[in-house]
Design a binder for this molecule. Structure first.
Ligand SMILES: Cc1cc2nc3c(=O)[nH]c(=O)nc-3n(C[C@H](O)[C@H](O)[C@H](O)COP(=O)(O)OP(=O)(O)OC[C@H]3O[C@@H](n4cnc5c(N)ncnc54)[C@H](O)[C@@H]3O)c2cc1C
Length: 284
């Protein structure tokens, strides 16, 4: 289907981009990789009067690695994350999750900021942001602010962003070298959105798990932390009994709806299995 008519602008500064968005009173949208926005326009789910292309803003393209963590510019593409060898040690959970995003053509264009702003409940990057307690830096007409990932995702395709705001960076806290992690998702075909997926990590202290973080995608209207699973695992040795308990706690703590891909009951069982497999990978 052809796109509905729209105006196009390609500003060379962030403040120009913000001014353009603000001048259209909610009827303008940033354009990043176009891998979600353009199909939505083709299907008439979105029909913005103006697209503000962010591709000429080099400050949004940087990947910074420092003692306090990893900062991804909003226009960093999936391919750039996979190609950056530093990230395999600086944030292996991020890299493992991004390996599951879409197909290679989409990974060549799709961006971190686009995924966070799009807020698909089954997308990997919002799940990583919530699991890792990322901070999302945004700038708009009223100035810059930082939003905790836990407060950013409000529902399917709904976020805390105002219509004149642009995501500039996603900041992931530092990743200790010996941290254990696992990522598992189940999709009908490799590269499809997950029916259910889990990202988790923990640190070890004398053979027991501490600082357990468990996040889930595809089982609710937004990415979630599974507090009951974290509680069940903190202070425990990650053995068969702990994995079985975590699996049950994960299934019990979500209530997914039925949709065309799977029943809620199936997803509820699936998230338990994903937790068990991700934990097994982390412990191995
Ligand atoms: C066939 C197919 C399969 C896919 N499978 C997966 C998958 O398995 N997992 C997954 O996570 N994704 C998947 N995607 C989506 C893909 O990862 C997209 O790239 C991503 O969701 C959006 O990124 P984008 O850069 O293309 O954003 P765009 O499509 O350009 O924009 C998406 C939305 O974000 C807004 N936006 C973009 N950048 C900013 C910014 N900096 N600040 C504020 N708002 C902004 C836009 O206005 C728009 O509303 C798939 C897409 C397709 C077409």
């Amino acid at each position: 289907m052809k796109l509905p008519p729209f105006e196009y602008a390609c500003p060379s500064t962030i403040s120009e981009a913000v001014t353009l968005l603000a001048s259209h009173d909610g009827d303008a949208k940033p354009l990043a990789g176009g891998q979600s926005l353009v199909p939505m326009m083709a299907f008439r789910v979105a029909a913005p009067a103006l697209l503000v292309d962010l591709r000429k803003l080099p400050e949004l393209r940087q990947i910074k690695i420092a003692d306090d963590g990893v900062t991804l510019g909003a226009m960093v593409r999936w391919r750039e994350i996979l190609d950056d060898a530093r990230l395999r040690t600086a944030h292996p959970l991020l890299v493992t999750a991004v390996e599951h995003v879409a197909h290679y053509q989409i990974r060549n264009r799709g961006t971190v900021g686009g995924s966070i702003a799009h807020a698909d409940p089954a997308a990997e990057m919002p799940g990583i942001a919530v699991t890792c307690e990322a901070k999302i830096a945004v700038v708009g007409k009223a100035g810059a602010r930082t939003i905790d990932a836990a407060n950013f995702f409000k529902g399917p395709l709904v976020t805390a962003l105002d219509s004149d705001e642009i995501i500039t960076e996603i900041r992931l806290p530092a990743w200790p070298a010996k941290r254990r992690f696992g990522f598992r998702e189940f999709a009908r075909r490799r590269g499809d959105f997950a029916m259910a997926g889990v990202a988790l990590f923990y640190d070890e202290d004398n053979g027991t798990a501490k600082n357990v973080h468990v996040g889930a995608i595809g089982v609710a209207e937004r990415p979630l932390r599974l507090a009951a699973v974290e509680q069940a695992l903190n202070g425990r040795t990650i053995d068969e009994a702990a994995m079985t308990e975590a699996e049950a706690a994960a299934s019990a703590s979500v209530d997914p709806a039925d949709d065309i891909h799977a029943s809620g009951a199936y997803r509820k069982a699936l998230i338990g299995v994903m937790v068990e497999r991700a934990l097994r990978a982390a412990a191995a």
